[in-house]
Design a protein around this ligand. Structure first.
Ligand code: URA
Length: 239
């Protein structure tokens, strides 16, 4: 990769700023100063420093966010804040995007990455990557609902859902439930409960595939996935 592209990707400024940085002699490749942005760098074998500091090159970033209410899971929106607006510049420079969508009023686990291949695989309907939600539901959720969700329920557009696992934590005027689905139709959890005459009033996603939301993350906070978590996601993407 060209050194100017590498530095721009790693957040050292725009192409123009990087050019200036190179010209000023602040950049070294394996200890030798380089001024030409066109110089090719092998990131596996060579070391680039900026003002003596090693540039840790990584092509991808993987972030686990606990999305708060009122924020859109998109990269831009003219009216509302997006999950990308919540990122620090050092993470935003990788141009990550959310993998799939949560509704504006849904909270919980959003994965952000710039790894298009992984995103595609996690979202592919063929891969059946499970996602688990907890919800507060208006109405008494019953064993019959558990059976119906296992069989598949008919949504308002006639679509029959794939088998889903419903666990009742509390049943009453308002019920607390946990639901695992392996597909991602628009407003799916809300529409599944509508199909059995109930209403989701609070919804939180707590896991995606093999990864559970880190409970130490407050709403609006995020952290990078560990290498082990990235491996788990890549292994568990349903091949
Ligand atoms: N199902 C919904 O209804 N909403 C979400 O945000 C996610 C799943």
């Amino acid at each position: 990769m060209r050194v100017d592209k590498l530095l721009a990707n790693m957040g050292y400024g725009t192409r123009k700023e990087v050019k200036k940085l190179l010209k000023g002699g602040g950049v070294h490749l394996d200890g030798q100063p380089i001024k030409d942005g066109k110089v090719q760098v092998n990131t596996d074998e060579q070391e680039v420093t900026v003002h003596g500091e090693i540039v840790e090159y990584k092509p991808y970033v993987y972030l686990m966010m606990n999305k708060p209410k009122g924020v859109i899971s998109a990269t831009e929106d003219i009216e509302h804040h997006t999950v990308v607006d919540l990122l620090e510049l050092e993470d935003a420079v990788y141009n990550p995007f959310p993998v799939g969508r949560l509704d504006k009023d849904t909270v919980g686990f959003v994965l952000l990455t710039n790894d298009g291949k992984l995103s595609h695989e996690l979202l592919s309907p063929k891969k059946h990557v499970p996602k688990t939600y907890v919800a507060k539901v208006r109405g008494t959720v019953t064993a019959d609902d558990v059976s119906q969700f296992k069989e598949g329920v008919e949504l308002d557009d006639g679509y029959i859902t794939k088998p889903a696992e419903l666990i009742i934590h509390e049943a009453g005027e308002y019920s607390q439930i946990e639901l695992t689905i392996s597909e991602g139709k628009f407003h799916q959890v809300k529409r599944m409960f509508e199909a059995v005459g109930k209403k989701v009033v609070e919804l939180k996603r707590i896991s995606i595939g093999p990864l559970a939301l880190d409970e130490s993350l407050e709403e609006g906070e995020y952290r990078e996935l560990t290498d082990e978590e990235v491996d788990l996601l890549q292994a568990g993407r349903g091949e």
